[in-house]
Design a binder for this molecule. Structure first.
Ligand SMILES: Nc1ncnc2c1ncn2[C@@H]1O[C@H](COP(=O)(O)OP(=O)(O)OP(=O)(O)O)[C@@H](O)[C@H]1O
Ligand SMILES: O=P(O)(O)OC[C@H]1O[C@](O)(CO)[C@@H](O)[C@@H]1O
Length: 455
């Protein structure tokens, strides 16, 4: 292969540029040109296929900084469906006109589904990313646990309960972007803690993750009192009992709630009626607000007035959504390092003709190693690739905290995950230059490098 393409699809993460950087450095060593496509699959759907040559003369362009969050290529959730055969063929013909011999897609389970629609026409591989950490399998046979009550209706699919497993069995142990997101949510918990503590309030902090509780689980590093995950339904009465117990002891409480949580009937507590994004994902919002309302119903105003703390339950409880802070900013050391290694691996997979594989991290001898897996191993019996739920064995539902296996899982990722460089990166915040110079967007510089196909 002489020239390969790369694109970043789905929600951004702090580690995307590090993945692109790792891919470009490895491509330079192997004397392969790399073209980056703009805005994920959108770049291929555009007749001009806007692209940037990322390594002219086999040197990375200066805008490509592995410590810069986001993606210099841009990302989108634009859809390339398998039934749009004509559109797929047009996208492939644009790649061929640019003499692209293979394509690296950087993304999560959605991107993998999109990528596989191109796989019959051009060599493709996936470099993983997603803050949700929901790409892969907890163990190889987990894929068989997705079953449909009606064979012909994909919406009737549900996951059967899993089995115990060893961490060595995990396929794609962790995905770049997750560690930086957890760093942000944990820090957020620590900062909100002292204000809840001072004002004797109950704080509910909502974190991302869609249907996976992985981000919420990792947020245990910020020492929240209780963690709620989508994989374990919330019982309002038990929750209220736990909160009262906390208030009796420490006069305040702090909870983390994952945006995809459900109640015992399986009802989503985030407002999913709001619509879908262009990739077809339901938009989740309002889980923390719903949990707050649950607690307001359970804990009477009386209780707070009696304690001479607040005039109502409504006033005592506050909600904060961490939001897109989790997706943005500088990646921490773990993400920079692993993302770059996985980007490099993706290039190797293409050159070794291991098409349609995914570069992965596996747990081996107490550490992480770069490996790969064939993407069809992630397909269920109906051919669908699902998100990976947080393994229930990582969570102690009674304590609403990570279990012993959850602690072991997180320890492997987060021990030494932050470097001195990450800490020093805070120092320039109050540089006077920031007050007098406007922000200079990397998009301005990359835009000058964009080339387009002639119609
Ligand atoms: N079944 C599918 N077929 C074709 N394209 C898909 C499919 N699912 C998702 N895509 C496309 O893949 C891209 C990424 O999907 P999505 O937005 O779900 O993010 P993701 O890769 O799962 O990552 P993240 O969860 O971190 O945002 C989008 O451009 C989307 O349109
Ligand atoms: O940026 P958007 O489109 O609001 O998407 C938010 C979603 O994307 C993710 O950050 C990544 O999939 C989810 O955790 C979250 O639900």
């Amino acid at each position: 292969m002489n020239r390969i393409g790369i694109l970043t699809a789905g929600g951004d993460t702090p580690a995307l540029n590090a993945t692109i950087y790792g891919a470009v450095i490895r491509a330079n060593q192997l004397r392969v040109e790399v073209f980056g496509f703009i805005k994920g699959f959108n770049g291929l759907l555009n007749p001009e296929a806007p692209h940037v040559h990322l390594n002219p003369l086999l040197i990375p362009i200066p805008e490509l900084d592995p410590a810069r969050g986001g993606t210099i290529l841009g990302a989108s959730r634009d859809y390339v469906g398998s039934d749009d055969r004509e559109i797929v063929l047009q996208a492939v013909s644009r790649l061929k006109r640019l003499q692209i011999d293979g394509l690296i897609c950087v993304g999560g389970d959605g991107t993998l589904n999109g990528m596989m629609n191109l796989a019959d026409h051009i060599p493709v591989v996936l470099a993983p990313k997603t803050i949700d950490n929901d790409l892969g399998l907890n163990y190889p046979d987990e894929v068989n646990e997705w079953v449909r009550s009606d064979e012909n209706d994909p919406k009737s699919c549900r996951k059967e309960p899993g089995r115990p497993f060893r961490l060595e069995e995990m396929i794609n142990y962790v995905t770049p972007g997750y560690a930086s997101a957890v760093y942000v949510t944990s820090r957020s918990v620590q900062r909100i803690r002292t204000t809840a503590e001072s004002h004797r309030r109950i704080a509910i902090i909502e974190v991302m993750g869609r249907d996976s509780g992985m981000i919420a689980l990792g947020t245990a590093y910020g020492q929240p009192d209780l963690i709620m995950v989508p994989e374990v339904p919330i019982d309002p009465e038990i929750l209220a009992e736990k909160v009262i117990r906390l208030i009796e002891i420490q006069k305040h409480a702090l909870m983390v709630v994952s945006e995809g949580v459900r109640d015992a009937s399986g009802r989503f507590l985030g407002d999913v009626t709001a619509g879908t994004d262009p990739a077809g994902n339901l938009i989740y919002r309002g889980a923390a607000e719903t949990v707050k309302n649950m607690l307001v119903d359970q804990l009477s105003d009386h209780y707070f007035i009696g304690k001479r703390r607040h005039e109502s339950a409504e006033a005592a409880i506050f909600v904060r959504k961490v939001g897109h802070d989790q997706r943005g900013g500088r990646p921490i050391r773990f993400d920079r390092l692993q993302a770059a290694l996985l980007g490099a691996k993706a290039v190797e997979l293409l050159l070794e003709r291991r098409y349609s594989e995914i570069a992965t991290l596996s747990y081996r001898d107490g550490g992480l190693e770069v490996e790969s897996v064939e993407s069809h191993k992630l397909r269920d019996r109906y051919g669908v690739i699902h998100y990976r739920p947080m393994a229930p064995s990582f969570y102690d539902a009674e304590r609403m905290q990570p279990s012993a296996q959850g602690v072991e899982y997180l320890r492997t990722i987060f021990t030494n995950s932050v470097s001195h460089g990450d800490i020093e990166a805070i120092l320039p915040m109050f540089s006077t230059g920031n007050l007098v110079q406007p922000y200079h967007s990397v998009n301005v510089d990359v835009h000058k490098r964009i080339r387009r196909l002639k119609p």
